[in-house]
Design a protein around this ligand. Structure first.
Ligand code: SF4
Ligand code: SF4
Ligand code: FES
Length: 321
């Protein structure tokens, strides 16, 4: 018989229950004897089955397929069935919390309604439009190979849990829903690319991502939501969809660098908001005044760099790519 090493680990779990103290979160420690092959999910199940039957958690496949066991381990979202205890415990201790950016039902069980609402908001279905083929549509192989990565999403919510924008902006569609939108935008059988992109230009869409990379880091299926969002931004810019401040900011940034090699921040704001957009410019007055008082107001005029010709050549090369 194969012998495995045993040791005791302290698991601290963030718990809360609507029936206890008004759903106020509290932390509870459990000392659990574990084997060296245990995953974090194995420990949680052992606690529930042998130590404390009141612990609430969600899991099903135990094989990183169903996406139901996402939780935060030591502050980072993970599928706990895929996470070996030995890879996360420090000095025989770990902290387990429910996923972030979603309301908690009890203990480690979150309410995914906001997640599904945002998913539904991007119309996650193939729309062939009026050009629907009468017979079978055989998609080019390379297009489908390109989509495999994004189709690997198991809707676990890890990316949503750790998205830094969702922490401060509830209406952001978030990495999972936006990656799903890309899945249809990039599908050659879908004929609603422009309508889909137009919708994503609104507040809460593709221009709200700050490129923090958290979604890339925590996704257990390498879906890489951030790159999908960036691809949709490029698509929309190539189609001259410039109505959002994000698009105008990107265009202004590029044109300023291209013309002088220097980022003139005053002009950047004016070009982004619009020179005659009085209401938006008035909103920026307090910022301008505090920057002026702190001696940090950017100059109205800036000089061009030397070797501007070299810069132009770089742009030319990029534009001809
Ligand atoms: S890269 Fe964008 S979508 Fe991804 S976690 Fe950061 S802000 Fe959210
Ligand atoms: S993109 Fe990745 S982290 Fe986000 S829901 Fe899909 S599989 Fe989970
Ligand atoms: S239990 Fe299914 S993904 Fe973890």
């Amino acid at each position: 018989m194969v012998q495995t090493a045993k040791k005791t680990v302290q698991i601290t779990i963030k718990r809360q229950d609507p029936e206890i103290d008004g759903n106020k979160p509290y932390f509870q420690d459990y000392n659990v004897e574990v084997e060296d092959w245990f995953t974090v999910l194995d420990v949680l199940i052992k606690i529930r089955e042998e130590i404390d039957g009141t612990l609430s958690l969600r899991c099903a496949c135990r094989a990183s397929i169903c996406g139901s066991c996402a939780m935060r381990v030591n502050g980072q979202a993970k599928l706990v069935c895929k996470t070996k205890l030995s890879s996360v415990e420090k000095d025989n201790k770990i902290l387990v919390e429910p996923v972030g950016n979603m309301p908690v039902i009890t203990d480690l069980t979150a309410d995914f309604k906001p997640f599904w609402d945002k998913f539904n908001a991007v119309d996650p279905y193939l729309r062939p439009g009026s050009e629907a083929p009468e017979a079978e549509y055989i998609a080019p192989n390379e297009d489908m190979v390109h989509l495999v990565g994004v189709m690997n999403c198991i809707m676990c919510g890890c990316c949503v849990s750790d998205c830094t924008v969702l922490e401060v902006k509830d209406n952001f569609l978030g990495p999972a829903a936006l990656a799903k939108s890309y899945r249809f935008i990039a599908d050659p059988r879908d004929n609603t690319e422009n309508e889909r992109l137009e919708k994503l230009l609104d507040d809460g869409g593709i221009w709200d991502c700050t490129r923090c990379m958290q979604c890339v880091e925590v996704c257990p299926k390498d879906v890489d939501p951030m790159s999908r969002i960036m691809a949709m931004r490029s698509n929309s810019l190539n189609k001259n969809m410039n109505k959002s401040y994000g698009a105008r900011h990107a265009n202004a940034f590029t044109s300023l660098i291209k013309s002088s090699g220097v980022l003139n921040e005053t002009l950047l704001i004016l070009k982004t908001k619009g020179f005659f957009n009085i209401i938006e410019l008035i909103k920026l007055l307090p910022l301008a005044i505090s920057a002026q008082l702190a001696g940090k107001r950017p100059p109205f005029l800036s000089h061009s760099i030397k070797n501007k010709d070299k810069l132009k050549k770089i742009f030319k090369k990029l534009e001809n790519k």
